[in-house]
Design a protein around this ligand. Structure first.
Ligand SMILES: [Zn+2]
Length: 368
């Protein structure tokens, strides 16, 4: 089986070369070929009715798949072979209005978005995009379609290739796991996936994991211990206490209560009541002043007098990571810390915070 790679305008030709090289290093029945980047004129020849493709910032799923099919026809690519199209444009969803789509497939055409990757260093992009390719190949070869997606995609991430990832930390979690769960393997087997193709896919995701150096010494999911919070708010991981000052501890507990939920810096103050409840529970006396100050309220927490102190928030995150690192080492800290990343919304950078630990690895009393 052959897998052809192409990109539409804006995608750097070098990126395609790197992806093809990386994927081709892993032996197996799937053979990857690079068709290069299709420039605008090619798109226009195929789709004469689309005049301003270069100025559109969205690539509609339907149009993308149709473009892929026509391109396959023009290039004499047999229907059973697969074409992967990379684009920097936003992927327009025909079904549910999820915020960000990273990839999509239909009818032996896969489309992968080469954007929203700022969370990772640029040198790692070829590996992350290669992962997107094999992930879609696996789903396609498992006989699944986007219409029955909800039956096989894990909407709450469990560290499987089929995790649905809405935000970068979830992708990172998936990459680090390099794992396909038994449920998903069974679906693939029942669709008679070629075991050698499956091996190639597994080898690829393993190789991606080793290419992302921080994860080089990463561990399998079953090696991750749960985060256990006592009634008094003491935090334990692997029976080691994670010791934090009151305010960073309150923040960490707050994010543990919201696993997988990205919270923008500017909206953190909307959770004042939750934060106050947690903070009052764990702190050793004193007022709530420091918390109010962080969120930009007056000392009684009644009036807004400014903005969230982003510098202070950053320091708290840093101190949490530092403590995790000292107790668990670098690789595991990646997993347990509060992640932060930047994403452009209407051309304005927005800052997000999130815990990527799966819900079933967090044990926290209900009254927090
Ligand atoms: Zn799975």
């Amino acid at each position: 089986m052959k897998v052809f790679l192409t990109g539409v305008t804006e995608v750097e030709p070098k990126l395609l070369i790197d992806i093809q090289k990386f994927l081709s290093k892993i032996g197996g029945p799937m053979e990857y070929q690079n068709l290069g980047v299709s420039d605008l004129s090619r798109y226009k020849t195929i789709f004469p009715e689309v005049k301003d493709f270069d100025t559109q910032d969205e690539f509609d799923f339907g149009a993308a798949i149709k473009f892929g099919q026509l391109l396959k026809f023009k290039e004499d690519i047999p229907q059973e072979d697969i074409l992967v199209i990379f684009t920097k444009k936003k992927l327009g969803a025909p079904i549910e209005e999820f915020k960000t789509w990273f990839s999509y497939f239909d009818d032996n055409v896969i489309i992968v978005r080469d954007k929203e990757l700022d969370f990772f260093p640029k040198s790692k992009w070829p590996f992350i995009l290669s992962h997107q390719v094999v992930e879609n190949l696996f789903q396609l070869l498992s006989g699944t379609t986007i219409k029955n997606a909800s039956q096989f995609i894990h909407l709450s991430p469990k560290g499987c290739l089929n995790d649905f990832c809405s935000y970068p930390p979830q992708i990172e979690f998936k990459l680090r796991m390099a794992h396909i769960c038994n449920d998903c393997l069974n679906i693939a087997y029942s669709n008679k996936i070629d075991p050698n193709v499956l091996r190639q896919i597994k080898d690829t995701i393993e190789s991606v994991r080793t290419k992302l150096d921080n994860f080089g010494d990463s561990v399998a999911i079953e090696e991750f211990s749960p985060v256990v919070v006592s009634e008094k708010g003491k935090i334990f991981i692997e029976d080691r206490e994670i010791q934090l000052q009151d305010l960073p501890k309150a923040l960490y507990l707050f994010f543990l209560k919201k696993p997988g939920v990205p919270i923008q810096n500017q909206y953190l103050r909307n959770y004042k009541d939750d934060l106050v409840r947690i903070y009052s529970k764990i702190k050793r006396g004193g007022e709530n002043g420091p918390l109010y100050k962080l969120l930009g309220f007056d000392e009684r927490g009644e009036k807004t007098i400014g903005y969230l102190n982003t510098e202070a928030l950053k320091n708290h995150r840093y101190n949490i990571s530092k403590e995790l690192k000292s107790k668990l080492g670098e690789a595991k800290t990646e997993f347990y810390q509060i992640k932060s990343w930047r994403k452009k919304v209407n051309n304005m950078p927005q800052f997000y915070n999130q815990i990527g630990i799966p819900e079933d690895l967090i044990q926290i009393p209900h009254n927090f």
